[in-house]
Design a protein around this ligand. Structure first.
Ligand code: GLP
Length: 233
């Protein structure tokens, strides 16, 4: 893993944006994108740039079960607000949290991923080491699946909702196997709450108990962390 230490989330977002820009200059056209507060600065740099993404494709990591794209807490809404409304892509994929048949939706999403191999995957990390919504204990072989969110994740994400009871307890997520197939991965983490997970991911053993540790087995991962996220290294 190539670890880049930055001052703060702004500098981290700028670095990630530069990697995306270099990737595009070298032919990347399909991007695995993530939600959460972590990639927001990177999206701001993308928006402020004069770059055109209208021939690019994005495949998002995950979506809450039960929320449709008009719901302000949905990840589709987040992506529209933070990126796509400002910088249109040729095609943007996010799992459909309102699908009637969730198994069929997982299959549909796997077919989308297979048809759109990801050049650069952007990741944040959960406090418990999850990537996408692949919670601890998820098989490294998993493809798109429905997850029961852990209490820790529900608590960490409740800040976006009026009350904790409103946080969906299930989500659809791209699996670890698919994440690992991306050609290049950028993982960003900012803040002390991520320090433990970052230590385990970089220095710990590769274990399904800490999903992000699987990235040690990928040969092109850039980790961008601030001082607080790096504080336990
Ligand atoms: C959610 C998302 C992840 C994200 C994580 C961290 O659970 N499913 O993709 O990486 O939260 O979020 P944040 O960046 O807000 O800390």
């Amino acid at each position: 893993m190539d670890v880049i230490r930055v001052k703060n989330a702004d500098e981290g977002g700028k670095k990630a944006f530069e990697i995306i820009k270099d990737g595009i200059a070298n032919g990347a056209d399909t991007f695995g994108l993530a939600t959460g507060s972590t990639p927001e600065t990177m999206y701001s740099y993308m928006i402020e740039s004069d770059m055109d993404f209208s021939d690019k494709v994005s495949v998002n990591l995950d979506e809450y079960v039960g929320l449709d794209g008009n719901n302000e807490q949905s990840y589709r809404y987040f992506m529209d607000q933070h990126l796509f409304n400002h910088k249109p892509f040729e095609k943007t994929y996010v799992p459909n949290g309102k699908a009637q048949d969730l198994d069929a939706e997982c299959q549909r999403y796997d077919d989308i991923i297979a048809a759109n191999p990801i050049d650069i995957q952007v990741l944040g990390i959960g406090q418990n080491g999850h990537i996408g919504f692949n919670e601890p204990g998820t098989s490294f072989e998993a493809t798109t699946h429905v997850v029961e969110l852990t209490e820790s994740t529900v608590n960490a994400n409740k800040r976006y909702f009026d009350k904790v009871e409103d946080v969906p307890t299930r989500a659809l997520t791209m699996g670890i196997q698919s994440i690992m197939k991306s050609k290049k991965i950028i993982l960003m983490a900012f803040g002390e709450a991520k320090a433990e997970a970052i230590k385990g991911m970089i220095d710990g053993k590769v274990t399904e108990d800490l999903p992000a540790s699987v990235l040690q087995k990928h040969d092109d991962v850039v980790v961008i962390i601030d001082k607080d996220a790096a504080s336990k290294l």
